[in-house]
Design a binder for this molecule. Structure first.
Ligand code: TRP
Ligand code: SF4
Length: 367
């Protein structure tokens, strides 16, 4: 009997990433690390796991067609944890992936009780606008809302229900499976597989970059791909898994708790305050810090640098080493982080203002 279940709707922090390999059959990303080392998240082990990534690596290397598909749950502010997904989407788009992005307004409405109108607004103003400011373009892009799309998608989604039993769904999602969760799970499988229907470009390798909590959906979807092999020619979707960023005080980073995150629309002065009071891996006094060094592994400021603010590995290593050796105080270090952060936020917020036109083009009549 397996111990833990991954809960895609849970609030948990995943503590033991190693366990995901043993328990769920997620494979390590290690063997692709060198090939895709241009990506900061790959290089730094933040993208740590995958299923069937060889198909994607091959498609990229041989310049064959492939798709990237992922979704967003529009439930609040777009913060630096979400930026990780956006950066990956844009990375694949630049590698010529047919890019599919789903705004999971149905899921937000039936599982989180967020009104559809509200979910749509959040999806556009928070997610899509920030994606564009970060570099997403309308090239090869399909962006849709789960509640507002085209007939072949719905026709396909509803067919999925005939190849899974309630007991299987309970096995994957637990006994507190609700009708809303059931709809969300089946809709998510349609999100992931429909790009391979003939109306959307036909069979091709598809990569789904997600946080590890989404793996139950990936497993279900991959099962559907094989169960429908008589009717369709699906290539089982590939996936990658990234680690979650920690919240500023060490727990979970959550969009519903403003003190745990910095939004990409955050007022720079507010952002400064948040960094200045973030949890660090520093010692109680400057003297102790000099003597024993800090613990960057437990430092939220360092985490911001690793995930987002320092591109150069050499520079990052220098910061790490000097922290360990007691060569920097947390006060100075936070100030340096704030400088980088504010420069980023100002630039990004300027880009957000220029994003409107592209956002409009992407939405088309779907405004
Ligand atoms: N369930 C995802 C979340 O909570 C959102 C989502 C909807 C999604 N459809 C998807 C993710 C398809 C990946 C692929 O964030
Ligand atoms: Fe974190 Fe910097 Fe303090 Fe080290 S010196 S613990 S990296 S804030």
């Amino acid at each position: 009997m397996t111990g833990k279940r991954l809960d895609p709707w849970g609030k948990g922090v995943i503590e033991d990433y190693e366990n995901l390999f043993k328990e769920f059959g997620i494979e390590s990303f290690d063997k692709y690390q060198e090939r895709f080392s241009d990506n900061r998240y790959v290089r730094r082990g933040i993208i740590f796991g995958q299923r069937d990534y060889s198909r994607i690596a091959e498609a990229i290397d041989k310049k064959k067609r492939f798709a990237m598909m992922t979704g967003l749950m529009p439930s609040g502010k777009f913060h630096f944890g979400h930026k990780m997904v956006a950066d990956q989407i844009i990375w694949y788009q630049k590698m010529n992936a047919d890019t599919f992005i789903c705004a999971a307004d149905l899921e937000a409405s039936v599982v989180r009780d967020i009104g559809l109108q509200e979910a749509r607004k959040i999806a556009i103003e928070e997610y899509l606008t920030n994606y564009v400011a970060l570099g997403l373009t309308e090239k090869n892009l399909t962006f849709w809302f789960q509640t507002d799309y085209v007939v072949p998608y719905y026709r396909f989604r509803d067919q999925l229900s005939k190849k899974v039993t309630l007991n299987e769904l309970r096995g994957i999602y637990g006994d507190d499976l609700t009708t809303g969760k059931l709809f969300s799970a089946i809709t998510q499988a349609a999100d992931i597989l429909h790009p391979q229907l003939k109306e959307f470009g036909g069979s091709r390798p598809t990569v789904v970059p997600v946080g590890a909590d989404q793996d139950p959906h990936i497993r279900l979807t991959r099962d559907f791909a094989s169960r429908f092999s008589g009717e369709y020619k699906f290539i089982p979707p590939s996936s990658t898994y990234h680690k979650f960023m920690s919240g500023l005080s060490g727990g979970k980073m959550s969009s519903s708790d403003p003190s745990s995150h910095i939004a990409l629309t955050e007022d720079p002065e507010n952002a400064r305050k948040k960094i200045m009071s973030a949890k660090t891996g520093g010692r109680a006094t400057v003297a102790e810090q000099k003597e024993q060094g800090g613990v960057p592994e437990e430092c939220m400021v360092y985490e911001m640098l690793v995930y987002h603010l320092v591109e150069s590995d050499k520079e990052l290593l220098e910061i790490y080493a000097s922290c360990k050796a007691g060569g920097r105080t947390c006060g100075e270090c936070k100030k340096a982080c704030v400088e980088r952060l504010i420069a980023f936020l100002k630039e990004h917020q300027k880009k957000r203002k220029d994003a409107a036109k592209t956002v409009e083009k992407i939405l088309g009549e779907r405004q």
